[in-house]
Design a protein around this ligand. Structure first.
Ligand SMILES: *Cc1c(COP(=O)(O)O)cnc(C)c1O
Length: 385
């Protein structure tokens, strides 16, 4: 399972997401499925059940997994559209682009909200949150990102949820880039809505998103949803009525996800997948440090999902050339996100393995050598002379 065909012409994606998927996941899409057909609806049902079991939750305890067309952002927007009542207000914790995006969504929806920003290299401060919630009784919801993919920082999602629950509010967790590789306890973490995507740690292809929600919270605002197509309660009612997506389902993507979930289970679930990503991350960190690259985050808050590195100070380093040299060798990396210092990012997730990481690091070494970039001590010595 962990070898790629030698003639595969696809580049390796270190860019979650989209990310690298297995050949068998891609092959699962070589079929046309009728969306009204009972067989397809059985698959959808199976996927919804598997998602709950991955989260260690069950319908009998009041949890639902709802699939929705669109990328991960559509899922975040659907949760706010569905659950925030007309007089509701959301407190958004933001230490990166995805937290900021939640604020943008709420702005578009004309939902009252307040931003609680933290520096991009620091996790959220629970005392600040506690005080913000105490001082503003209008707040009905708290929202936060688990792994903020902007930097790879890992926010203490369950602790944030517990503070939220002390104030008897609803908690929305964007676990897009962590679900499936980092365990999350929705029950004890006070999570009402967990949003994720097939195209991150579960290694499916893009095309839909899913939300794991407490049924009570999901249906608590029924009739007052702010959107027709991004209405999660409506989507759940659709699945309950006839087992179908309300509008045209992304059939091929669903078939690919079914296969991806089977491969996830065959690998050994969250712990095995998390362990593979940890090995990828260690190999990456060790190799890049050896070349003289410095990670942006302190190790204490760094996740094993994605790593941001400072661009070398040497003016001979130009990201676009660096990027092109790596892509010529079949490696696609991520530029930094605006706002996050001068960095570039390398993802550890997807159908990639330690050997792939080592090959990438080797290509990085060759690229900086060809570009004549001086690193760390070498660069400092050159500047002095
Ligand atoms: C990928 C991601 C999203 C969703 O992005 P889409 O491009 O809409 O799929 C949201 N939040 C986080 C933390 C992510 O990593």
């Amino acid at each position: 399972m962990n070898c790629r065909l030698p003639n595969s012409s696809d580049p390796l994606l270190f860019t979650p997401g989209p990310l690298t998927t297995s050949r068998t996941v891609k092959e699962a899409m070589l079929r046309d499925a009728g969306s009204w057909h009972f067989e397809f609806n059985e698959r959808v049902k199976w996927i919804r059940e598997r998602l709950l079991s991955i989260a260690d939750l069950s319908r009998s305890d009041g949890w639902e997994a709802v699939l929705l067309q669109g990328s991960g952002t559509f899922g975040v927007e659907s949760v706010f559209s569905t659950s925030v009542p007309p007089d509701g207000k959301v407190c958004v914790l933001a230490n990166g682009a995805y937290g900021e995006r939640m604020g943008a969504i709420l702005g578009h929806l004309r939902v009252a909200h307040t931003m609680l920003p933290a520096p991009e290299n620091q996790v959220h401060n629970l005392d600040l949150l506690d005080r913000a919630l105490s001082s503003d009784p209008a707040i009905t919801h708290v929202a936060a990102v688990h792994c903020e993919t902007t930097t790879g920082i890992l926010n203490p999602i369950e602790a944030i949820g517990r503070v939220t629950k002390r104030h008897c509010l609803q908690f929305v967790a964007d676990a897009m880039s962590s679900f499936g590789a980092i365990p999350i306890d929705c029950e004890s973490g006070g999570i009402d809505f967990l949003i994720s995507s097939p195209n991150k740690c579960l290694e499916g292809v893009p095309g839909f998103c899913f939300v794991i929600a407490r049924r009570e919270s999901l249906l608590g605002n029924e009739g007052q949803e702010r959107s027709l197509s991004l209405n999660l309660a409506g989507q759940l009612r659709g699945f309950e009525k006839n087992g179908q997506f309300r509008y045209t389902p992304p059939t091929h993507t669903v078939l690919a996800f079914e296969q991806a979930l089977k491969e996830f289970e065959a690998e050994g679930g969250i712990s095995a997948r998390g362990a593979r990503y940890q090995r990828n991350h260690s190999a990456l960190l060790e190799g890049m440090k050896r070349l003289g690259f410095k990670p942006y985050l302190p190790p204490s808050v760094q996740s094993y999902i994605i790593t941001a590195f400072h661009c070398p100070a040497d003016p001979r380093f130009e990201f676009s050339e660096f990027y092109r040299r790596l892509s010529d060798e079949g490696f696609i990396i991520y530029p930094g996100k605006l706002g996050c210092a001068n960095t570039f990012r390398i993802g550890n997730i997807g159908h990639i393995f330690e050997a792939d990481i080592r090959a990438l690091v080797e290509a990085v070494g060759e690229a900086i050598e060809t570009m004549g970039v001086r690193m760390g001590a070498e660069a400092a010595a050159e500047m002095k002379s």
